[in-house]
Design a protein around this ligand. Sequence first.
Ligand SMILES: [Zn+2]
Length: 91
Amino acid sequence: MARRPSKHLRPARPLDTARFARREAKRSGCYLVRNIPAGHSSKTYTCPGCTKAIPAGMQHLVAWPEEPALGFDTGVEQRRHWHPHCWRLFR
Ligand SMILES: [Zn+2]
């Protein structure tokens, strides 16, 4: 399969979530992952790995698919917040 440059790395669309992201390969594809340090979130999120809450202010991470799914302009729109432990278990 031919590789094409990721939308998220193009300078034309500067997006804070993409700039500090790292790339991780999972069984379902490649994801971009960004750490959210403690004290940097003001909302409670639901972790898709364990369906439990990630309280506001807790250190966690955000991950989204490198290639957007059908119907999405960018993978960032599909970003989910994870407990670091749950993300490691996710394949
Ligand atoms: Zn979790």
